[in-house]
Design a protein around this ligand. Structure first.
Ligand code: GAL
Length: 959
C-alpha cells in the first residue's frame, strides 16, 4: 500500500473490531489521555520511522490527548459552512495534508487480567493509523465515531508499551464530514486500553418498554455472553440475559422525570453496570408519542464546542450544557451533526433530555456541483455510510434519552441513505428515523424540514403542504408527524419571531416542535496584539475560503454565557403557561406530558413604579399533565403609580440542574396604570446670548439648531437616528437581507440640513431636513422645545416624510452625545435585557440599573444591540455626581453606548470598539424587528418599522 492510500479509500477500514455499546464495566480500563509526544508535518507522506518502541522521540514536542492540534499552535483552524476546502475528487485529498504523528509510552498496571485487550479511540479527526509496539493495529475513519482494535498480541504485560498514531487532517472520510463547523484535527476524544476478560460481556442490548395504559414494564437485556445474568435489584429482577421479564409496575423514564433503574449484567469474569429507563417511543396516528403521550420537542441543536478546546469537550463542558439546557426549559437536543461524546448521552439519560442522535454524515458541499457524485448516492460509498450508521446505533442503543435516530445532515438524497435506513430499521425497530433532506419521507418515519416560515409550518400543521408528485409517497408523508429540525437561527442579535412558531407547535398536534439552530457560538478565544481577548471566527486565521462569522450562531456566547436569545427561548419553551384571565384570575396550564406541578411553588410580587410593595404565595395545587386550572389572583394592596403583578412558578426543591427557587415560568400583568402626574409647568422665558438660546435648563445653538448644554453638562443633539449597525439577520447571507436595501437607500449616510429655528417666548421650534445623497426623499424633523421650568425642558420630536423613502427603516429616533462620565443608567421600562419588537420576550417592566458598559451585548460580530424597550423614564448619571433624566410622555426605546452606531457598524470584533469619550444616548420611537433571516425567514410584517410619520414626546431634566 502506498503511504497515501491508507486514508484514501471509499470503504471503511477493515481492521476495527465490530461496533458495540459503550459499556460501563468493572473490567480494567486504562485511560491513556495525557501529554503525548507529537510531531507535526504539512504532508502525510513523512517517514514511518516513529512507529516502533526504539524510535527516539526526544526531539518531538508534546501535545495533550485529547485535543486538536490547531488549537495548540500547529496548522490553523479553518471554517467553512458548505464549501469543501479541497477539490471534489474522491477518494483523494490534496498532497498538502496536515499530519500529526503521536507517540505515548505506558505500562500496564499490576493485575491486568488475562484475556484480550482492546485499544479504543473515541474520536480521531479525520483518519488515523495506529501501532502498538511497532505492530500495526489498524486504521480509523469516521471522526466522531468510536474505533476499537484488538491489542492483545502486541501488548507487553511487563515493561514499556509504546502506542504510535499517525493522524491526517484530510482523508476520504472528510468527504462525509462536511458539517458547518471548524475543521479541527487530531485525537480529540479519549484513548483507552480496555481489558476484555475471557468469558466477559462484549455487548449488551437493552429493551425497556413502558405500557402507559397498565403501568407495566417489559425488560429484555440481551448480552453477547450466553451465560450472563441480568439483575435489577430495585425490581427484584434476576434473570438470564436475553429473557424477557414482564414487570407489573415500573416508573417510566421521560425527560420530565428521568427515572433510571440501576442494573447489572454479569458473568463470572465481568460485570457491566447499566442505568435502565423504561419508555416507549412510537409514531401512532401521525404523532410521535413518548409513553403514549404526544411529545413536544422544545429543542436545540448542539455541536460540541469550547472556545479553547474546540470539540475536545470535557465532562464539565458537557454538564454545563445539560444544566443550562434544563435551566432554560429545553427538553430535547439534536446532536448536530454527529454522535456526541458518549458521556453526554449518559448525562441526558440522567438529567432528562430527549435526544435525536445523528450519524456523522454530511456532504453538503456537493450541492455546489448540483449533487453530481454525491456520496449519499454513489454505491462506492455505501459500505462507509452503513458503517457510520451502524457505529452510531451500536454505540448509543442503550440510552433511554435517545428517541430518534437521524441518518445525518444535508447530504442530498440517494441510495446509500436508503441503505442506512434499512439497516437501522432492522437493527432497532424501537426508534423512529428522521433525516431532514428526505423531503419525500421515503426512508424515514418523521417528516422534517429546516427554516420554514410560519405560514409554511402552519400549512404542514393543517396537513395542507404542497403535494409530492408520487401520490403514494404523498399520502404516506401526510400521515407523518412533523419536526422542525432546525429553525430560529440564533446568529447575533435574535432570533426574532420565536413565539409565532411555538404557538403553532402548541396548536397543531402534527407539529411536534423543533430544534433551534444552534446551542453555542463556535468562536475561538483569541487575543489582540495588546492582549485583549476576543472570539475569532472564519477568516481570522487567514483561510482562503471561509464563511466568516456564520460559525457564531448560537444561543450561548462561546464562553457559555447565555445570550438574550436564550432567555427568549426559555420564555417560549415554558412548560407551564400562566395567562391572566382578565377577570381577576390566572389560568395555569400544565404543558408537561407526564408530570403534575407538585414540584413547583407559585409566588407573586407586586411592584409599584418598579418598587416591590408586596409579595406572597399563590395556591395552585397539583395540575395533571396537559390540564389547566383557574386560580384567583391575590387581593392586592392599593398602589399609587404604575403597578405590575408578576407571578412566577419556581422549583420548590433543589433539582440536580437548578436550586430551589429557580424560575421555570412567569407572567407579568399591569394592575395599576396611574402615571405620576408631571409637576405643573412654570414656563420660564427664553433668554438669548448671541447665537445661544437659553430654553429652561437647555442652551440651543441657533446656527446648528442643536442643544449644546443641559444644566451643567455639555451635550450635542438631537440628530435624527435612522441607522443601526446591521445585525446578522439584517445582513442575511442566506435570507432576505435588509442591509443592502438600507445601504442603497443611504440610511447609513444621511445628511442634515437645518431649515429654520423659530424662537418663541418660552421655547423654540427647530426644523431639520434629513436625507440621503442622490435621493429626492427625506425626513422632516420638527423639534419643539419648551422651557417647562428652570430644570425641565420639553422636547417633542415630530418626524414626517418628505417624498419617498423605502421601508422598513432600521430605526427612528434621536441621538444625543453626552459627556462620557455619565456612565450609569437607570430606567423604568422593560428589562433587564435588550428587546426589539420581536425579541425580548423574557423582559419585564420594572426599575433597572446598568452601567453603560453592561448595557452592551457582546455579540461575537459587533452589531446593533442593547436596546431597552417600553421605557417610561431613564436617567443617565455620573453616579452621585448628577446627570440627565429623560421622561417620556410617550414610551420610548433606549440605547446608551460608549460609541456610535457607525463605529459599531465598522467593527469586526468587539475589541475594535473603544469608548470615544462620550456617552451616546438614543431615544427611539421604533426599531425594525430582528427576524431570523441570517438563515431563514425575515421579520414578520407586524414587526416591520414602516417609513411613516412618528412622534416622541419627551422631557429632559437636570439631576
Ligand atoms: C443548516 C445546516 C446547519 C447550519 C445551518 C446554518 O442548513 O444544517 O449545519 O449550517 O444551516 O447555520
Amino acid at each position: 500500500m502506498s503511504e497515501r492510500l491508507w486514508y484514501e479509500s471509499f470503504a471503511p477500514p477493515p481492521t476495527a473490531r465490530p461496533a458495540r455499546a459503550w459499556l460501563d464495566s468493572d473490567a480494567p480500563r486504562l485511560p491513556l489521555d495525557g501529554q503525548w509526544r507529537f510531531r507535526y508535518a504539512e504532508r502525510a507522506d513523512g517517514p514511518l520511522d516513529f512507529t516502533g518502541p526504539a524510535f527516539d522521540d526526544a526531539g518531538w514536542d508534546s501535545l495533550p490527548v485529547p485535543s486538536h492540534w490547531q488549537l495548540h499552535g500547529y496548522g490553523a483552524p479553518a471554517y467553512t459552512n458548505v464549501t469543501y476546502p479541497f477539490p471534489l475528487d474522491p477518494p483523494h485529498v490534496p498532497d498538502e495534508n496536515p499530519t500529526g504523528d503521536y507517540r505515548h509510552t505506558f505500562r500496564l498496571p499490576a493485575g491486568w487480567p488475562p484475556g484480550s485487550t482492546l485499544l479504543r479511540l473515541a474520536g480521531a479527526d479525520s483518519a488515523a493509523r495506529v501501532w502498538l509496539n511497532g505492530v500495526e493495529l489498524g486504521r480509523t475513519s469516521g471522526s466522531r465515531l468510536t474505533t476499537e482494535f484488538d491489542a492483545t498480541e502486541a501488548l507487553r504485560p511487563d515493561g514499556d508499551n509504546v502506542i504510535a498514531v499517525r493522524v491526517v487532517q484530510w482523508s476520504a472520510g472528510s468527504y462525509l464530514e462536511d458539517q458547518d463547523m471548524w475543521w479541527l484535527s487530531g485525537i480529540f476524544r479519549g484513548v483507552d486500553l480496555v481489558a476484555r476478560p475471557d468469558g466477559g460481556i462484549d455487548d449488551v442490548d437493552v429493551r425497556a418498554e413502558y405500557d402507559h395504559v397498565t403501568g407495566a414494564g417489559t425488560l429484555t437485556v440481551a448480552a453477547s455472553a450466553p451465560d450472563a445474568r441480568v439483575r435489577v435489584p430495585e425490581l427484584g429482577v434476576d434473570v438470564a440475559a436475553g429473557e424477557t421479564v414482564p414487570l407489573a409496575s415500573v416508573e417510566p423514564w421521560s425527560a420530565e422525570r428521568p427515572r433510571l433503574y440501576d442494573a447489572t449484567v454479569s458473568t463470572a469474569t465481568e460485570t457491566v453496570r447499566l442505568r435502565i429507563g423504561f419508555r416507549t417511543i412510537r409514531v401512532e396516528d401521525g404523532v410521535i408519542t413518548v409513553n403514549g403521550r404526544r411529545v413536544l420537542f422544545r429543542g436545540v441543536n448542539r455541536h460540541e464546542f469550547h472556545p479553547d478546546r474546540g470539540r475536545a469537550v470535557t465532562e464539565e463542558d458537557m454538564l454545563d450544557d445539560v444544566r443550562l439546557m434544563k435551566q432554560h426549559n429545553v427538553n430535547a437536543v439534536r446532536t448536530s451533526h454527529y454522535p456526541p461524546h458518549p458521556r453526554f448521552l449518559e448525562l441526558c439519560d440522567e438529567y432528562g433530555l430527549y435526544v435525536v442522535d445523528e450519524c456523522d454524515l454530511e456532504t453538503h458541499g456537493y450541492g455546489d456541483v448540483e449533487w453530481r457524485g454525491n456520496p449519499a448516492d454513489d454505491t462506492r460509498w455505501e459500505a462507509a455510510l452503513v458503517d457510520r450508521m451502524r457505529r452510531t446505533v451500536e454505540r448509543d442503543k442503550n440510552h433511554p434519552s435517545v428517541v430518534l435516530w437521524s441518518l445525518g445532515n444535508e447530504s442530498g438524497s440517494g441510495r446509500n441513505l436508503a441503505a442506512m435506513a434499512r439497516w437501522a430499521r432492522h437493527r432497532d425497530p424501537s426508534r423512529p428515523l428522521i433525516y431532514e433532506r428526505d423531503w419525500t419521507g421515503r426512508d424515514v418515519d418523521v417528516y422534517s424540514r429546516m427554516y420554514l416560515n410560519v405560514a409554511e409550518v402552519e400549512a404542514i400543521g393543517r396537513g395542507e403542504e404542497a403535494p409530492l408528485d408520487d401520490p403514494a409517497l404523498d399520502a404516506r408523508r401526510r400521515r407523518m408527524p412533523f419536526v422542525h429540525i432546525e429553525y430560529a437561527h440564533a446568529m447575533g442579535n435574535g432570533p426574532g419571531g420565536l413565539a409565532e412558531y411555538q404557538r403553532l407547535y402548541e396548536t397543531y398536534p402534527r407539529l411536534q416542535g423543533g430544534f433551534v439552530w444552534e446551542w453555542i457560538d463556535h468562536g475561538l478565544r483569541a487575543r489582540t496584539a495588546d492582549g485583549r481577548e476576543y472570539f475569532a471566527y472564519g477568516g481570522d486565521f487567514g483561510e482562503l475560503l471561509h464563511d466568516g462569522n456564520f460559525v457564531a450562531d448560537g444561543l450561548l456566547f462561546p464562553d457559555r454565557t447565555p445570550s438574550p436569545g436564550l432567555l427568549d427561548v426559555k420564555k417560549v419553551f415554558e412548560p407551564v403557561r400562566l395567562t391572566p384571565t382578565g377577570d381577576g384570575g390566572l389560568a395555569v396550564h400544565n404543558g408537561r406530558i407526564h408530570s403534575g406541578l407538585s414540584d413547583l411553588d407559585f409566588r407573586w410580587v407586586l411592584e409599584d413604579d418598579g418598587e416591590v410593595v408586596a409579595r406572597g404565595a399563590l395556591e395552585v395545587g397539583d395540575v395533571p399533565a396537559g390540564e389547566s386550572v383557574r386560580v384567583d389572583l391575590p387581593a392586592l394592596p392599593a398602589t399609587e403609580g404604575e403597578a405590575h403583578l408578576t407571578v412566577q412558578a419556581v422549583l420548590a426543591a433543589d433539582e440536580p440542574w437548578a436550586k430551589a427557587g429557580h424560575e421555570v415560568a412567569a407572567t407579568q400583568l399591569p394592575v395599576g396604570v396611574r402615571r405620576p402626574a408631571a409637576p405643573p409647568a412654570t414656563p420660564v422665558p427664553v433668554r438669548r446670548d448671541g447665537a445661544r438660546v437659553h430654553v429652561g435648563p437647555g442652551v440651543l445653538d441657533e446656527r446648528t439648531g442643536r442643544l449644546v448644554r443641559l444644566g451643567g453638562w455639555d451635550v450635542d443633539g438631537p440628530r435624527l437616528q435612522v441607522w443601526r449597525a446591521p445585525t446578522d439577520n439584517d445582513r442575511a447571507p442566506h435570507g432576505e437581507a435588509l442591509e443592502p436595501l438600507w445601504r442603497r437607500a443611504g440610511y447609513d449616510r444621511l445628511t442634515h440640513r437645518l431649515d429654520e429655528v423659530t424662537v418663541t417666548g418660552t421655547g423654540a421650534v427647530v426644523r431639520v431636513r434629513v436625507a440621503p445623497a442622490s435621493s429626492d426623499g427625506g425626513l422632516l424633523a420638527t423639534y419643539t422645545w419648551s422651557a417647562l421650568a428652570d430644570d425641565r425642558l420639553g422636547l417633542v420630536v415630530d418626524v414626517d416624510l418628505d417624498g419617498h423613502l423605502p421601508g422598513p427603516l432600521p430605526t427612528l429616533g434621536v441621538l444625543f452625545a453626552l459627556p462620557g462620565e455619565l456612565d450609569q443608567v437607570e430606567w423604568f421600562g422593560r428589562g433587564p435585557g435588550e428587546a426589539y419588537p420581536d425579541t425580548g420576550l423574557a423582559t419585564r417592566t420594572s426599575r433597572w440599573f446598568r452601567t453603560v458598559t453592561d448595557l452592551q451585548t457582546p455579540y461575537v460580530f459587533p452589531q446593533e444591540n442593547g436596546r431597552r424597550a417600553d421605557v417610561r423614564w431613564a436617567t443617565v448619571t455620573a453616579g452621585q455626581g448628577g446627570g440627565v433624566r429623560v421622561e417620556g410622555r410617550t414610551r420610548f426605546g433606549l440605547t446608551v453606548r460608549p460609541w456610535t452606531a457607525e463605529a459599531l457598524d465598522r467593527a469586526a470584533h468587539p475589541t475594535d470598539l473603544v469608548p470615544d469619550g462620550r456617552t451616546w444616548l438614543t431615544l427611539d420611537a421604533g426599531h425594525n424587528g430582528i427576524g431570523s433571516a441570517s438563515c431563514g425567514p425575515g421579520v414578520l410584517p407586524p414587526y416591520l418599522l414602516p417609513a411613516a410619520p412618528a412622534r416622541l414626546d419627551l422631557e429632559l431634566r437636570v439631576i
